[in-house]
Design a protein around this ligand. Sequence first.
Ligand code: UT7
Length: 323
Amino acid sequence: MTRRAVVIGAGHYLPERIVENAEFEATLETSDEWIRSRSGIERRHFAAEGETTSNMATRAAEAALKAAGRSAADVDAIVVATSTADLTFPSAATMVQAQLGMTSGFAFDVQAVCAGFVYALANANALIASGQAERVLVIGAETFSRIMDWTDRSTCVLFGDGAGALLLEAQEGEGTSDDRGILATDLNSDGRYKDLLYVDGGVSTQNTGHLRMQGNQVFRHAVEKLAKTAHTALERAGVGTQDVDWIVPHQANIRIIQGTAKKMGLPMDKVVVTVQDHGNTSAASIPLALSVGAARGQIKPGDLLVTEAIGGGLAWGAVVLRW
Ligand code: UT7
């Protein structure tokens, strides 16, 4: 028998305010047509004034708990993937813990930018596999609207805010790829690429800073590294691409999503796509896509999923799981 981390609930939260591409035409030399054709993004949600990452994470967590028929008292640990926590410290995760009314267990943040949710899932899986936790809430939540340079058309039109959450539970499997739950993970980073995607501020430089990205350079790395990490994770899980029901990719750019699917030899009707409605929500994009994909009826219990993401660091990785 093998202890597996099985998804028993998914949920998400999106801020009320929806901003269509055309809104940027008033202040920037850009167009709905450019944004749509170069990125696939049509609209994104922006958090309201005073709405924070931990607020949104809590709403997503509540939805995941409800979907699983569980309460916060059943949770042993909370892992929040974010690069935009409310405060420098404490972690957004401990703030979620308090907002859920939890007075036991433990909570911490994982910071791997857009790959954050993949890193958080791998960590939660390790906590469950090693017997340190029975149930873990894994959340991706971001307010990237707070770190945009609104005069930089090459970045500010691409990102959005939101949160998604999964509740993982320890269950016994047979130890085969037919088991439900996380079957394999693959994590990578290469800090030599820092200058391709970073925020030009932080605690030790005494300002919050703005996101800076050499988009076309990140793009070049993305397709190759994403297809490779997905293949590695699939191989570790003992399955092939032909077994995959859904790719649930990081939602940064439809052209990256299409290029990665093509490189993996899989058609686009096996890909969950939400980038048109959410933009790039960094660590929130995969759990948002998982929750929306399940709500749409695309992802069903027993389906084999591969998720993959790349972002600042560069940091990238993939998780193979059976829903
Ligand atoms: O989630 C973390 C990982 N991030 C990513 O995966 C993002 C990866 N990169 C991308 O998605 C794409 O590179 C972008 C969507 C950011 C840009 O698309 P691109 O096809 O790589 O365009 P580019 O950066 O090569 O720029 C092409 C042109 C430039 O003009 P010139 O130099 O050719 O005259 C830009 O100035 O498009 C211009 N441009 C714009 N034009 C209108 C850049 N942003 C805009 C804009 N509106 N918003």
